[in-house]
Design a protein around this ligand. Structure first.
Ligand code: ACO
Length: 381
């Protein structure tokens, strides 16, 4: 018998110096810096620089990086044409994945070990993802695409391209911190997927489009969207016990809870809960936040002792929902942030590359005779 680890749980597949997570103590660090410190003092672009370069930038470096990102926000009209040709009812994650793969055709980046190529590719991806997400969101509603504004910060510019309004500074700040909290998280499914692609020495556009596809699933980044659907389905405080008891009895997953690593409440969820509460402060009617708090309390009494607690996706959707952002844009926004971590892992992989090629345990037949088609029995499916 050979050892078998379904889902590779607990198996180290790489060495990395990008981020660290302690699931028992609820600690997450990017390049050694606690996320709570980054949430309080940093910006998404500064955090991105930290992840990519393994140090915080000087004032001048941050200004240059910010300027480079601002200069590369525009997308080619042929990418806009591509987005226009996609079905408006299709999921924006699919549009994002298609557009990112197409970017690689416009900006070939095969020299994956060349420092300048890497920098420019990283800048293009970080700069253009928000433009693609906002453009598809508007095109599918029949609205015109809004060009990015170089004078606006990263968060301001995205919300402006989405709504045609420069957001309130406090909302933009909350949005920016949400991006920091989503920027990186060790060897998760989408990062692993990107690393497998990088290990073939495919270019970063291909790597990021692989990772986007993996992030989409409801067991990963897609959970933020599923949480809102769940809370809307629950609809009332009175329905919570029955709804959750039904799910747990039937061994169905409650979205936004549980994590492969965290056995305590996800530290990102703690920061985001604070923002969700802040945004909820002046609401009089029963809000999604009130429902979420009650769901968390009920889950804690039922499965808390098993280590099933809110993860990053539980409160993030409530924040975006409160900002008026459409539910199916939550996961693309996650991708806009996580591209920082994906790129950092992609470059780390190129540097110490070893092609990913795991093994399998074959359980099928051997020596099966080839049966002529005339003699094959019909199969009931
Ligand atoms: N609701 C109810 N029960 C749960 C949940 C949940 N959300 N998560 C885990 N469990 C239970 C399982 O039913 C299982 O119970 P059992 O031991 O009685 O059979 C046990 O906990 C272990 O669950 P697994 O799915 O094997 O644990 P795993 O480590 O693979 O799960 C995962 C991690 C996939 C995230 C899971 O918790 C889940 O599906 N959560 C809901 C989806 C979600 O919120 N995903 C976002 C994760 S964060 C992110 O990707 C950014």
């Amino acid at each position: 018998m050979r050892d078998f680890f379904p889902g590779l749980a607990g198996i180290p597949a790489a060495k990395s110096s990008i981020s660290f997570v302690d699931g028992e103590k609820g600690i997450l660090e990017y390049r050694g810096v606690r996320i709570e410190d980054l949430a309080e003092h940093s910006s998404f672009l500064e955090t991105t620089f930290l992840l990519l370069r393994n140090r915080l930038p000087t004032q001048l470096e941050l200004e240059n990086f910010t300027r480079d990102i601002s200069h590369h926000r525009r997308i080619k009209y042929r990418i806009i044409d591509l987005l226009k040709s996609l079905p408006e009812h299709g999921h924006p994650m699919d549009a994002l994945q298609a557009a990112v793969a197409a970017l690689g055709m416009f900006y070939p980046a095969q020299e994956v070990l060349n420092e300048d190529t890497r920098y420019l590719t990283a800048v293009r991806l970080i700069a253009k993802l928000p433009t693609i997400v906002a453009a598809f969101a508007r095109l599918r509603r029949g609205d015109e695409v809004i060009q990015p504004r170089d004078d606006l910060s990263y968060a301001d510019n995205f919300l402006y391209m989405l709504t045609k309004r420069v957001p309130d500074p406090s909302l933009a700040k909350i949005f920016d911190v949400c991006l920091i909290l989503h920027a990186e998280h060790t060897m998760n499914a989408s990062t692993f997927s990107g690393m497998v692609t990088a290990s073939t020495l495919a270019d970063p556009y291909t790597v990021i489009s692989s990772a986007i596809g993996t992030l989409k699933g409801p067991l990963h980044g897609g959970a933020n969207e599923a949480v809102i659907h769940m809370l809307e389905e629950i609809n009332s405080l009175d329905h919570i016990p029955m709804y959750l008891d039904h799910k747990l009895t039937n061994k169905e997953k409650v979205m936004g809870f549980g994590h492969r690593i965290y056995k305590v409440k996800d530290p990102r969820a703690i920061v985001m809960q604070g923002f969700a509460q802040q945004l909820d402060a002046h609401r009089e009617t029963q809000s999604l936040f009130t429902l979420a708090r009650a769901v968390e309390a009920h889950m804690e009494s039922r499965v808390g002792p098993k280590g099933i607690r809110p993860n990053v996706d539980f409160y993030s959707g409530i924040i975006y929902h409160r900002m008026g952002i459409e539910t199916d844009l939550f996961t693309p926004i996650f991708a806009m942030a996580r591209v920082a971590g994906w790129l950092a892992h992609c470059f780390e992989q190129y540097q110490e590359n070893h092609l990913f090629r795991p093994d399998q345990i074959y359980e099928g037949p051997h020596h099966r005779p080839y049966e002529p088609i005339e003699t094959r029995e019909p199969h009931s499916q």
